[in-house]
Ligand binder design. Structure first.
Ligand SMILES: [Fe+2]
Ligand SMILES: [Fe+2]
Length: 191
């Protein structure tokens, strides 16, 4: 490629006047300008499911943090409580992004479980609680990996947010796996 011939692979840079005019034109749409490559409504719909998944995780971990009993449950309870806080943070990030895209985050408890990719669970003892959380984390990890590939370069902001959340869910998965090994002596699921 010579200096004189334009590089077709290089993204076209809008001049500042065009950018300002476009921003004014779409001002009523908030942060979403005409340059949004993805389908904003579809992104909002996807993120509503992510929000529901995170909220169900908040509820499950919170319930486990309170209800876990038995020998050596104290450390596990603290871990559950910490995860509940992390999931709450994720829910907030996702809700903010839905809002930026022009949607209203759906916090409606009605239908929450069916909008969520992970389940609330019904564990009756410590080991089952750990196992349920491990399963939920693995579902979240799989789901978010897929979404990160889906958003790609069409919506880098959403993708980067999900990458941050994914890194935390991988940590959570590891924590639950280690707890399961500590409390049961063997992992019930391959790592
Ligand atoms: Fe999360
Ligand atoms: Fe998590």
């Amino acid at each position: 490629m010579t200096a004189s011939s334009p590089d077709k692979n290089k993204p076209f840079l809008s001049d500042i006047k065009t950018l300002r005019a476009r921003a004014r034109e779409h001002i009523e749409q908030g942060n979403v300008t005409g340059t949004y490559v993805g389908d904003a409504q579809k992104t909002i719909d996807i993120l509503q499911a992510v929000l529901a998944t995170e909220l169900v995780c908040v509820l499950r971990y919170t319930m486990h943090a309170v209800a876990a009993t038995g020998i050596s449950s104290e450390g596990v309870k603290a871990e559950f409580a910490e995860h509940a806080k992390d999931e709450q943070g994720h829910a907030m990030e996702v809700a903010e992004r839905i809002n930026q895209l022009g949607g209203t985050p759906n916090f409606d408890p009605e239908g929450l479980a069916s909008r969520s990719a992970s389940q609330y669970g019904q564990a009756g003892n410590l080991v089952d609680m750990i196992r349920e959380n491990l399963i939920a984390e693995r579902i979240a990890v799989d789901h978010y990996r897929e979404l990160i590939r889906y958003f790609g370069d069409d919506d880098p902001t959403t993708r980067v947010m999900l990458e941050g959340i994914l890194a935390k869910e991988e940590e959570h998965t590891n924590d639950m796996h280690d707890l399961l090994v500590a409390h049961e002596g063997k992992p019930m699921l391959p790592k």
